[in-house]
Design a protein around this ligand. Sequence first.
Ligand code: GUN
Length: 333
Amino acid sequence: MIDTGHHGCGQAGDAYATTSVASGLVARATIAHEGGFPPMETDPMPQATLIDGKAIAAALRAQIATEIAGIKAASGLVPGLHVVLVGDDPASRVYVASKEKLAVEVGMNSVAHRLPAETTQAELLAKLAELNADNAVDGILVQLPLPKHLDTAAVIDAIDPAKDVDGLHPLNAGRLAGGKVDPEHLLVPCTPLGSMLLLKSVLPALAGLEAVVIGRSELVGRPVAQLLLQADCTVTIAHSRTKDLAAVVRRADIVVAALGRPGYVRGDWIKPGATVIDVGINRLPDGKLTGDVAFAEAVEVAGAITPVPGGVGPMTIACLLRNTLTAFKARRG
Ligand code: GUN
C-alpha cells in the first residue's frame, strides 16, 4: 500500500536544510589475511545521509503556521480545509484524523465530513457542490479509496479545480503535464510534492540528472515524473512490465520507488552515491512499516536515502497544508 500525497513546487525545497542524522564512516567488512597477519579493514565506506522527512515536514508546517498567523492578523481570514471521508476504512480514518489535527495546529479552519459507507454517488456529488459553492472553503480533499460502488473519477471531476488540494482533478493534472505552470500557483499531488522537497534538500541542482521512477500511479508515479521533468531531469518511468528493472535502476542518479512492494528494490540495484526516495509505506505481518527499498542494503550504497517511517510519509500532510495555503492565496489572498 502506498501512502500518497501531493508534490509540489521545488522552490520551498531550497529553503529547508536536510537534517543529516546518520552520516559518518562505517567499516563494512574485515578480511583476514591468509598468512595469518592481523585482519585488515577494507576502506571505510560512507553510509548514506538519512533524509529526515519528519524534521523537514515540521519545518514546512512551522513556516505555513507563521504565514497563516500573518494573514489572520492582517485580514481576519484563515484558510479552510475540508476533508471528505466516506465509510470506515481504518487506515483512512487515521489519515483523516491526522490531517484534521495538523491543519488545526497550523491555524487553519479544519473540517472533516464523515459520511456513511452507503452514501450514494448523488449524495457525495451534492456534498461537493455545497463545498464548491462555499467561499470559506479553500481546499477540498476526498479521502481515497472510496467504497466500490462510487465512481472515483467522476467524484474527482466534481471538485472545483481551484480547491483541488490533492492535485488530482484532470485540469490540474493536465497543467502539470503541460509543464507551463508557475509552481507557486499549481495544485499538485501531495506525496510527489513532498518527495521533490526532500530530494531538493540534498540535491539542490537537479538539471541533467538521470531519474528513474518506479511506479506509474496517478497519485504518485506519474506526477512525480512530471515534476522531475520540470526540474530538467532525464526521466524514466519504470513499472511492473519493465524489462530488467535492476539494470534500469542502476542508471539512476535519483531513484523514486513507488510500487507498493516491501523491500523490492535491492541495494545492488542502486548506483553508488545515488539519492533514493522511498515512497512505499507497507505494513508487514508483524505490524512494522517498511518501504519499497531494502533499506539495510541500500543505505550502504546510496548517497542519501529516505527512511520508512519518517521519510516521505510526514511530508504528505505538510504538503496538503501547503496546497491549501496556495489555494487560499490564489482565491482569496
Ligand atoms: N489516500 C491515501 N493517500 C491519499 C491522498 O494523498 N489523497 C487522497 N485523497 N486519498 C489518499
